[in-house]
Design a protein. Structure first.
Length: 1012
């Protein structure tokens, strides 16, 4: 016997029960260890930060990460999954700063780095309980007991080892470069971090500035324009950078127009006249860009009066500039755009990458009048204010001096800090770099060896990113992170990179080793040793490492490679590279990249073989979820209502992995109502009847006389083959959809067509075959869905298999994944059955068109438009179709036109036409009435709450016509409704459940009572 299964089901309740069962039987661990010694399947867990609560996008990636290792385990792979936590970096520091009410780095330093980092350490697991609970609740199987933690000394030590490897290969350098800088966080960002924070439609000033040329240098074709002021017009959206302007760049081969504006001449590219609304201005002449090159102009502000240091750039470095020099040249460069602006580019070497390069090349002045908090320094307009607040003040000062031609606003895309939403500023700064550009070809070539899902990411988003590779700015001027392991001599500036703790300890004159060991700031900053060159002291540079580097180093750092002896075999035993990783699409420039870059630079090979890049998750209306919009859907809410399986199934099948998807409680609810209920009802139907008939699985062989049984088993095996192929191709979406289609066949055709076989089969062998077939379908389905819906799969397996001792495994997750029996696949039969389903649905439409009730039997139906093969296939299934259409006989014709409209109601779908004979004989009318009565009695049985096997007495009171019909069809009615007797007259007995109906104009009172 199976445990009874209610058709009313609470999936969340079942899941809580299954969670207890898994814990009690230690199923996750056993599912892994059972396969030990087999080929490994390695998942790398992209580490989340537990200082914030998990959201629905975390559930999304966890679901996709879970399904593959579960599948591979059932396919026989050894698949330990190590969890991980990202614990360093700006995100953590920011939360602590917020809690302490800090506004800048000064606040932190006043508070003390040791205290601050202690707070950071405490905060990183603030929500770990929430994470663990949700991880368990969604059925994400991952080893959290042995999770790697990026702030552990061992993890940091491997990080140092990685830097040292790169250092030894000449791939680490400290550069003075213009980098994106967050003035609030006081640190540089790497280019992949910048990519995370672009905001569209940002309002900024759009200012056109006039730069007055010194007339002394105007010769050749320009000599004609010395009669009044001659100015070059340049455009900027960052007026705050204007005090740092030290050159104007033009395109040497472009043509420039000289406009006579009355009191002055204005110059801009001819190509840009119209865009700037100056095409109607009077043109005094045209000159080539090369004639402008070499001119000198008057600076907008004199830097030597401003109180900020002024430098001269050169290829060998920066030197202090002398007051009195005048050098503000017009230069020719290849970066002058004719897409926007005026064709004359304002150049400020401190605030732009190409500007800086020009500065070095042309020996320009370098003026940096903004501090690291983004405030204007010196005596410039807006001094002491944040640059964006200083913009209008600087513009105003220039306007007062008639140097502004136009002052407007524009809306454009601008980068913001991805953590704190402060606008980023481009600053020339010292920073540590990994020279990824030196291995660009390898990065691109190794990417070719990775399978991307969706595939277009490979050469699209990720490939483009690699093509446009820039060196990785991997240091941060911050506190809570892996320290940059570089020590520098305070006397001769010689530097060392340290690759491990023992190496550091072995240095001469070593002091300051922290007890207990803590490789964080400020302790590690205390460690010093003797310089081997000059006898000075080696002290650590103060920077820490970007947390993207930490997570990118996880393949080796999680094993404490190469320090732990066990770690040294990762390249041989399948722990490296990973078979599979999966995260959101935003990680193409984050974790996916940092893994790929470090692996390529360290080991010359890719770090992962297969990667699913998941699309964004939006709310029901397709809008981004955010706290401010108030449309955040909490995963717990939906799970508590519909269960984790429903959430998993929805996320896994609603749209292709790479697509943007919508999420809401309602959308998940639809999954429960459609797919899960269908499956559950089929399962509950089976258990109900199997228990009545005392069916015992596994004792009898299939008797495949039934076409239906052969067909559904063919479909089942086809499904197994398809799901296996899909999952092998990392496509759980296609696999899930195939399962859905099968469950629909199983429920809406196989079970529906087989109902009578379970109930009152003519032969025991046929009934047994039906039971065996449905049992096999359900058991194999439970295994097929196990990686997707681990709870429901377990529930069904426990009742149908484990509870009966039918198989040895006491959990579905310990089973092998089903193998397709190719000999059971009959494509011809499948084709015929699909055609039969189609013919039935077309036939039902024809009935509906004639407005004939479904229970009214009709004489015949005719099918037209079939090929000879199709027809002979359908002839074998004629009984099933006739029953579906409730007709006495099914006919075929090659000529659809032969069906007269008087006699037949016809509907076509493609080539297939079905005609339904509309003519009703008195006998058919009687039979229709009997079917309606039978249906009402069945309804009363349900109302009375009888079990389906209970026998009853049926009472009726009606007119003479119906009485005659009841007598003529009594035997049929009795058999269909399990009535021992049919009694004319409904006695006044409270034990009888009775109701009066009006059927085809006849009133009839019906009553039922259970017989004892
Ligand atoms: Zn920031
Ligand atoms: Zn030295």
């Amino acid at each position: 016997m199976f445990l009874p299964v209610s058709s009313r089901v609470s999936f969340p309740e079942i899941e809580e029960k299954i969670l207890k069962l898994w814990t009690a039987r230690d199923i996750f661990k056993r599912s892994v260890e059972n396969r030990s010694g087999r080929k490994r399947f390695t998942l790398y867990e992209g580490p989340p930060t537990a200082n914030g609560r998990p959201g629905i996008h975390h559930v999304l990636s966890r679901v996709f990460k879970d399904v593959m290792p579960r599948y591979k385990t059932m396919k026989g792979y050894y698949a330990p999954r190590i969890g991980g936590w990202d614990t360093h970096g700006l995100p953590v520091e920011l939360e602590v700063e917020k809690a302490l009410g800090f506004k800048s780095k000064t606040d932190i330093e006043r508070f003390g780095i040791a205290e601050f980092n202690k707070k950071c350490r405490e905060s990183v697991f603030k929500y770990v309980e929430d994470w663990n609970r949700l991880t368990e609740r969604v059925g994400y199987w991952v080893d959290l007991e042995h999770a790697y933690i990026t702030m552990n000394n061992e993890y940091i030590e491997t990080g140092w080892w990685v830097v040292k490897q790169l250092w030894d290969k000449g791939l680490v350098y400290q550069g003075h470069k213009v980098t994106p800088h967050c003035p609030r966080c006081g640190t540089s960002l790497s280019s992949h971090e910048v990519a995370l924070g672009y905001e569209e439609n940002t309002e900024d000033p759009s200012v056109y500035v006039k730069f007055k040329i010194e007339p002394a240098g105007m010769a050749g074709p320009l000599a004609a324009f010395t009669d009044k002021p001659f100015s070059l017009l340049a455009w900027t959206t960052t007026p705050w950078t204007l005090p740092a302007n030290t050159a104007l760049a033009v395109c040497g081969t472009a043509e420039y127009a000289v406009l006579d504006m009355g009191e002055e001449y204005l110059v801009l590219a001819t190509e840009r006249l119209e865009a700037n609304g100056l095409h109607n201005a009077h043109q005094a002449g045209r000159v080539s860009g090369c004639h402008l090159v070499g001119l000198q102009y008057q600076p907008l502000f004199d830097p030597f009066d401003s109180g900020v240091p002024v430098y001269r750039l050169s290829p060998t470095g920066m030197t202090a500039a002398e007051p009195g020099e005048i050098f503000y040249p017009v230069i020719a460069t290849d970066y002058v755009s004719m897409e926007d602006g005026t064709g004359i580019v304002h150049t400020a070497p401190a605030y732009g990458e190409v500007d800086y390069e020009s500065g070095v090349k042309h020996g320009l002045y370098f003026i940096h009048h903004v501090d690291l908090q983004g405030k204007i320094t010196g005596s410039y307009p807006g001094a002491g204010k944040f640059v964006k607040a200083a913009d209008p003040l600087i513009t105003r000062a220039l306007k007062d001096r008639h140097l502004i031609q136009k002052d407007e606003k524009i809306h454009h895309t601008y980068p913001f800090c991805w953590r704190c939403a402060t606008p980023l500023l481009y600053f020339a700064k010292q920073s540590w770099y990994i020279r990824t550009t030196a291995r660009k070809a390898d990065l691109i070539e190794n990417n070719e060896r990775i399978n991307w899902y969706p595939e277009h990411i490979k050469r699209g988003r990720f490939g483009d990113w690699l093509q446009n590779n820039v060196d990785w700015a991997f240091s941060r001027e911050r506190y809570w992170g892996t320290p940059v392991p570089v020590w520098r001599c305070d006397t001769c500036q010689a530097s060392d990179c340290i690759g491990g703790v023992d190496e550091l300890r072995s240095k001469p004159g070593f002091t300051g080793f922290p007890e207990p060991l803590d490789l964080h700031r400020p302790f590690v900053d205390e460690i010093a040793y003797d310089c081997q060159k000059c006898g000075g002291r080696m002290r650590r540079v103060t920077d820490v490492i970007d947390c993207w580097f930490d997570s990118g180093a996880m393949p080796v750092a999680q094993q404490h490679y190469p320090f732990d002896p066990d770690s040294r075999s990762i390249f041989e035993d399948g722990r490296f590279p990973a078979d599979f990783i999966c995260e959101g699409i935003d990680q193409t420039r984050g974790w996916f990249y940092s893994l790929h870059a470090l692996s390529t630079l360290l080991f010359g090979q890719p770090c992962f073989k297969n990667v699913i890049s998941l699309g964004l998750i939006l709310d029901e209306k397709g809008e981004k979820m955010s706290k401010t919009r108030g449309n955040v859907v909490l995963p717990e809410t939906v799970i508590n209502k519909h269960g984790a399986d429903a959430v998993r199934w929805y996320l896994l099948t609603a749209s292709p992995a790479g697509n943007t998807r919508r999420f809401s409680e309602k959308l998940v609810g639809e999954v429960t109502r459609s797919f899960m209920s269908t499956l559950w009802n089929t399962y509950s139907f089976f258990v109900l009847y199997a228990n009545i008939d005392n069916f015992r699985p596994g004792t009898q062989k299939h008797d495949l006389a039934s076409e239906l049984d052969r067909w559904i088993l063919s479909e089942l095996n086809q499904l197994i083959a398809e799901v296996t192929a899909d999952l092998d191709a990392y496509d759980p979406v296609a696999a899930g959809r195939a399962i859905e289609a099968f469950v629909d066949y199983l429920s809406n055709w196989y079970v529906r067509r087989s109902r009578r076989r379970f109930w009152k089969s003519e032969s025991d062998a046929d009934k047994l075959s039906a039971y065996n077939t449905l049992y096999e379908c359900l058991v194999k389905l439970s295994k097929l869905i196990a990686p997707f819906m681990p709870f429901l799969a377990e529930e069904i397996y426990q009742n149908l298999v484990a509870g009966n001792g039918t198989e040895k495994d006491d959990s579905v997750h310990l089973c092998d994944y089903p193998e397709a029996e190719m000999t059971s696949i009959d494509n011809v039969l499948s084709g015929s059955m699909r055609l039969a389903m189609k013919a039935s649905s077309v036939g039902r439409a024809a009935r509906a068109q004639a407005a004939i009730k479904v229970r009214q039997p009709l004489a015949d139906a005719v099918i037209a438009g079939l090929s000879q093969t199709e027809r002979s296939g359908l002839e074998k299934l004629a009984d099933a179709i006739a029953e579906e259409l409730n007709v006495k006989c099914l006919k075929f014709t090659s000529d659809a036109d032969s069906l007269s409209a008087d006699e037949y109601s016809t509907v076509s779908d493609g080539p297939v036409t079905v005609g339904i004979n509309k003519r009703l004989t008195p006998e058919l009318v009687d039979e229709g009435l009997v079917r309606e009565i039978t249906h009402r009695i069945q309804g009363l049985r349900k109302t009375a709450g009888f079990d389906i096997a209970d026998t009853i007495s049926t009472f009726f009171e009606t007119d003479s016509v119906t009485e005659r019909v009841m007598e003529a069809w009594g035997e049929y009615v009795a058999k269909e409704t399990l009535s021992r007797d049919l009694v004319n007259g409904v006695p006044d007995d409270p034990g009888i459940t009775a109701e009066t109906f009006k059927l085809e104009g006849h009133a009839i009172k019906l009553g039922v009572k259970k017989t004892t």
